[in-house]
Design a binder for this molecule. Structure first.
Ligand code: PAF
Length: 287
């Protein structure tokens, strides 16, 4: 695997790279969830590029940016083991050159609710860096986890509106979970054993709503109650929100509505750590 830090070296390396080219953008601290993205790319692309870049513009608080784990050597080992051909690990000046105006990308209504409301500016930062990385890597396919469903919709929107370069197919990769059901996240390592036990209520709440939907429950209020009931029975967590949205527009669904499909998102705080998880509810039992 080749390790590259500059745009110029990346352009040279990509000139002769066989296509299709698969791209897995990350902020590092790679875990089995990222491994699944890289392996998915490897299984259907001739060249696999992984980027590791902690993007400052998507952090709301400077302290979170400073505390973000940086584990580049371990990331490189994992990326190589999963089949990556090239690791792109740029400095800030490569992505946001001081002598260039990098146009900020505003993803509009998709970014206003849910995590967008909780973390103002976050998705504009994600959309800006992903657009920038797409311009530099010019992939045929890009791989994103379903765990961050709102980010995925934002990225699909970016890919659909691109006017230059080859079309980019955004591939959705299912969430990877630990044996207790918790979705993999670099934040899980900050949970105490008691916090971890409390956090398991999150996937169970998603399961409860999924099972209710599969049994024929269609009312938003009842599906929400199924999820909230499980979360409330766990004493160690604080609910930030439980949301049912249209899976495409991410608009909130009225409580009285009857749904075919809905995206259920749960955000909670455990041990001071913010955890997020999502599931598509449909009559087939969801994803
Ligand atoms: O999901 C992430 O790790 C980041 O938001 C991404 C897509 C790499 C952009 O910085």
């Amino acid at each position: 695997m080749q390790r590259i830090q500059t745009r110029a070296a990346l352009a040279v390396a990509l000139e002769s790279a066989p296509r299709p080219l698969g791209f897995v953008p990350t902020m590092g601290a790679l875990h089995a969830g990222h491994a699944a993205l890289i392996r998915a790319a490897r299984s259907e692309c001739a060249t696999v590029v992984v980027s590791v870049y902690v993007n400052p513009t998507q952090f709301t608080h400077a302290a979170d940016l400073a505390a973000y784990p940086r584990t580049l050597d371990a990331d490189a080992t994992l990326a190589e083991r999963c089949g990556a051909d090239l690791l792109f690990n740029p400095h800030d000046a490569e992505i946001y050159p001081p002598d260039e105006v990098v146009a900020a990308v505003d993803p509009g209504p998709l970014a206003r609710r849910l995590e967008g409301a909780a973390r103002p500016g976050h998705f504009a930062g994600v959309a800006t860096v992903v657009s920038r990385l797409f311009d530099l890597v010019r992939p045929d396919r890009a791989y994103f986890g379903e765990k961050d469903a709102q980010q995925l919709r934002v990225v699909e929107w970016i890919a659909a509106r691109r006017a230059s370069g080859p079309p980019i197919a955004v591939r959705r990769v299912p969430t990877v979970r630990d044996s207790d059901g918790l979705a993999l996240s670099s934040r899980n390592s900050r949970l105490t054993p008691a916090g971890r036990a409390a956090a398991v209520a999150v996937p169970r709440a998603l399961d409860a709503a999924r099972d209710a939907r599969a049994r024929g429950v269609v009312k938003v209020a009842e599906l929400r109650a199924a999820a909230e009931g499980v979360l409330r029975s766990s004493s160690g967590l604080t609910i930030e929100y439980v949301d049912l949205a249209d899976p495409v527009t991410l608009e909130a669904l009225p409580e009285s509505a009857s749904i075919g499909e809905a995206l259920l998102t749960v955000a909670v705080i455990v041990d001071g750590v913010r955890l997020l998880d999502e599931r598509l509810l449909d009559d087939r039992g969801g994803a």
